[in-house]
Design a protein around this ligand. Structure first.
Ligand code: MG
Ligand code: MG
Length: 249
């Protein structure tokens, strides 16, 4: 069942999303060559707690950290640790926050120092695909139009969309119905309704869409070792189309 949230509930989700955005902005400031990913995670956790939130990923199915930090060929669910960032890498940071019983979720991919034109384009296309998907969000719209728009934007650039992982509804839980694949034919799936809250999150690979999970049972990497990018927004279906709750400002 896809929940319809009241204005009060959406305001609560918005509050969690503000904390997520602040934490992502902090991550962006901290990311630099020579920095250990665990150090970034610790700062993120501190900020979330200081703002009255709880890091939603910590302990989620046993995940050991407050953020997912995934470098280069790591797609998602990278565990912050002793890895030291190097110039030329791209790093995806995914953060979830719970505040007063409601959740927010967002991810961005950042450059570490100077990166290649190829990686810049991968990041740009991933962000564009998210935006194209979000543009399809409206009261009465079919969900798969969001998925289709994302796939279209990605494949136009000759990249591929990860199939094994999907976006999701969000609200009183981190992951709720519906599942939101980042590919598929248009004009199918449930109709979106005002008050639904969705976390849309394309994961885009430079090479093949195939992924595998490392022995730590968390880190998802590309099968071919080529880099991957990930952008995610929490979005409300509002009267005037999509309202993004995890934008900067
Ligand atoms: Mg996320
Ligand atoms: Mg998510």
């Amino acid at each position: 069942m896809i929940h319809i949230r009241s204005k009060r509930e959406i305001d609560a989700i918005r509050k969690s999303c503000r904390i997520v955005v602040a934490a992502l902005q902090l991550a962006e400031k901290l990311i630099a060559p020579g920095v250990e990913t665990l150090k970034i995670d610790k700062q993120i956790e501190k900020l979330i707690l200081q703002r009255g939130g709880y890091p939603a990923f910590k302990g989620y199915n046993g995940f050991p950290a407050s953020s997912c930090i995934s470098v280069d060929d790591e797609v998602v669910h990278g565990i912050p640790g002793k890895r030291v960032l190097a110039a030329g890498e791209i790093v995806s940071v995914d953060i979830g926050v719970e505040c007063e019983g409601f959740f927010g979720d967002s991810a961005r991919t950042f450059a570490v120092g100077e990166i290649s034109e190829d990686k810049k384009q991968l990041m740009r296309v991933t962000q564009d695909s998210l935006n194209q998907g979000i543009l399809k969000i409206a009261d009465g719209a079919r969900l798969s139009n969001v998925s289709h728009a994302i796939q279209n934007e990605v494949e136009k650039a000759d990249y591929s969309v990860v199939r094994d992982l999907v976006g999701h509804g969000i609200g009183r839980k981190l992951h709720e119905d519906p599942q939101i694949p980042n590919y598929g034919a248009p004009n199918s799936g449930p109709r979106l309704r005002r008050g639904m809250v969705l976390a849309v999150e394309p994961m885009v690979n430079m090479g093949t869409f195939e992924v595998k999970t490392l022995e730590d049972n968390w880190t998802v990497v590309t099968q071919d070792g080529l880099p991957s990018a990930h952008f995610e927004h929490t979005v409300v279906v509002s009267d005037n189309g999509p309202e993004i709750l995890t934008d900067d400002n």
